[in-house]
Design a protein around this ligand. Structure first.
Ligand code: AKG
Ligand code: FE2
Length: 326
């Protein structure tokens, strides 16, 4: 049976009751041979995403050596000279190298588009190490591929739990993957400093993993901040605004941020499933009814992102509502 336990952490608004994030275990799930377990996990996923928009997940197909070499690879990457890191350029926001932002000086990140595709990781590696770096390349590709399989499993459960399985192929074919790797410098003070601004993700599903330095905080629907303290081999699965809109608000897309303290650097990475440009996100009729009127007009994710990074988009309490709210 998949275990459901709770990670305890306390909201920082002085609430007496600790707020907890569900933890869901995925053990070699095969929908066809173990339907009972699949259905039980699926309902935990649905509940967690409805209530929190995210959950902590454990699944046992990441070998410890792969995990170790992933964090070594991240360190190697961020230790490269700035001139080299700046080669990672993209016209899309947060897809290329980001760093030295005055608002969030502790934060640096790099994006690797289609990281599960070997040729893409190879060309990314070659751009940074023209002489080659096979270990880095294999590690990034292998880890991303495993996470992409996990992303597909979660999305399959989400669609099934909403009775939307007939859209499965369209849903899966309409996205690409981006692996974003991040480093947050320790601020060298015990006071909490902002590592990454509070935001909702704009994509479909995000799967996050971190080294042993905590910092991620997720806001509950009632406004409390949960300090996430994942176990060393667990992942945080989170819903982005595009899936929130596609499910017509049936699943929550949570605000989250990173707060840093102390001396140690935090390394994290996320695999983001992102709608392809030109694909119009439209909630299926099955999730729209009198009790659930349509929340958002159909929109193109890339055009929405362009709005999000304008002054109006940044100022809006909810960029999605301002952009295409009904
Ligand atoms: O570093 C983390 O754990 C969170 C990063 C994040 O929220 C993002 O990249 O959208
Ligand atoms: Fe995020």
């Amino acid at each position: 049976m998949p275990a459901r336990e709770y990670v305890s952490s306390v909201g920082d608004m002085g609430s007496e009751t600790p707020t907890k994030l569900p933890c869901i275990h995925f053990s070699n799930l095969d929908k066809h041979t173990n339907k009972l377990e699949w259905d039980s996990t699926k309902s935990q996923v649905h509940q967690a995403l409805q209530e929190f928009g995210c959950f902590e997940a454990t699944f046992h197909n990441i070998p410890p050596e792969l995990q170790k070499s992933m964090f070594e690879s991240l360190q190697l990457l961020f230790d490269l000279p700035l001139q080299t890191k700046l080669k990672n350029r993209s016209s899309k926001p947060f897809h290329g190298y980001v760093g030295q932002y005055p608002m969030v000086p502790l934060y640096e990140s790099m994006g690797i588009e289609d990281a599960p595709v070997p040729e893409k990781t190879e060309s990314f590696t070659k751009m940074l190490w023209p002489e080659g770096n096979p270990k880095f390349c294999e590690t990034i590709q292998e880890f991303s591929e495993k996470l992409s399989k996990f992303d597909q499993m979660v999305r399959m459960m989400v669609l099934e739990s909403l009775g939307l399985e007939k859209y499965m192929d369209e849903h899966m074919d309409s996205t690409n993957y981006l692996l974003r790797v991040m480093k947050y410098k320790g601020p060298e003070t015990n006071e909490s400093k902002l590592g990454l601004n509070s935001h909702t993700d704009k994509n479909i599903v995000t799967i996050l993993h971190q080294n042993q330095v905590n910092g991620l905080e997720v806001q509950t629907k009632s406004g409390d901040w949960i300090k996430i303290q994942p176990s060393p081999d667990s992942f945080i699965v989170m819903i982005g605004d595009s899936l929130y809109a596609w499910t017509n608000g049936r699943l929550h897309s949570p605000y989250h941020r990173v707060m840093m303290s102390g001396e140690k650097a935090r390394y994290s990475f996320g695999l983001f499933s992102i709608p392809k440009a030109g694909y119009v996100i439209r909630a299926p009729i099955e999730v729209v009814d009198e009790q659930h009127p349509l929340l958002f007009k159909p929109f193109d994710h890339v055009e929405f992102l362009q709005f999000y990074y304008t002054e109006d988009g940044q100022r809006a309490q909810s960029a999605l509502k301002t952009y295409c709210g009904v």
